[in-house]
Design a protein around this ligand. Structure first.
Ligand SMILES: O=c1ccn([C@@H]2O[C@H](COP(=O)(O)O)[C@@H](O)[C@H]2O)c(=O)[nH]1
Length: 229
């Protein structure tokens, strides 16, 4: 599997999610299961997607006290997922507890932390009381994530060049907010095309509605894969 594409299965119905998965191919993408679909389908749905041959990014963005997050990350690892995440805003002790929960496993998921959601702007951050903009805040949270022993971060591909420079080539950069040229941004604010995201240094591209909302999702996925090959 060399494709960097992670298709976000944001469905309200497990039947629709499984139907889309059956139209796609594990050769072309991994699948991301987020809060809505997991709340509908639970671990059984993740297992069914894995049985179809897909590696799963369990995008539940855990953010709680260290003991609780450690337990949640352990449960995700027991499910056999490929990647799991927490919120960097939970702080060093929370992230260290999450990393520690996976230590010593022969096979463990990649553990990454969300920095600043790609739906947020500098103005949104100001409203929350942060004086720095998204770029600076992402840098700060990524440094804390790396120092806490995690594998990488979720960020916008706009921040990828700076993070490559500061965090090195082995730090995993997972980038949602991906839009094909001409697609509506919707609720996303820091958006980048697939080719530009990879050129900026992203490792993985999270793509939801540009694929799932298409008339022929497989054709769009194939086009993206051939454009970035
Ligand atoms: O900062 C973040 C973190 C996670 N996401 C998730 O990625 C997908 C994006 O879907 P699109 O339809 O391509 O906008 C979605 O599941 C989000 O929960 C994010 O967008 N930004």
């Amino acid at each position: 599997m060399t494709s960097p594409v992670l298709v976000a299965l944001d469905y309200a119905d497990t039947i629709d999610a499984l139907a889309l998965a059956r139209r796609l191919s594990p050769e072309l993408c991994r699948l991301k299961v987020g809060k809505e679909l997991f709340t509908r389908g639970g671990p059984q749905l993740v297992e069914r997607l894995q049985e179809l041959g897909f590696e799963i990014f369990l995008d539940l963005k855990f953010h709680d006290i260290p003991n609780t997050v450690a337990g949640a990350v352990r449960a995700a690892a027991d499910l056999g997922v490929w990647m799991v995440n927490v919120h960097a805003g939970g702080g060093r002790r929370m992230m260290e507890a999450a990393a520690e929960a996976l230590a010593g496993r022969s096979r463990r998921p990649l553990l990454i932390a969300v920095t600043v959601l790609t739906s947020m702007t500098d103005e949104d951050l100001r409203e929350l009381g942060y004086s720095e903009g998204a770029e600076a805040r992402v840098q700060k949270l990524a440094a804390l994530t790396r120092d806490s022993g995690l594998d990488g971060v979720v960020c916008s591909a706009l921040e990828a060049p700076g993070l490559r420079a500061s965090c090195g080539k082995d730090f995993c950069l997972v980038t949602p907010g991906i839009r094909l040229a001409g697609d509506a941004a919707g609720d996303q604010r820091r958006v980048v095309t697939p080719a530009d995201a990879l050129a900026n240094g992203a490792d993985y591209l999270v793509i939801g509605r540009s694929i799932t909302g298409a008339g022929d999702p497989l054709a769009v996925l194939q086009q993206i894969c051939s454009d970035i090959a």
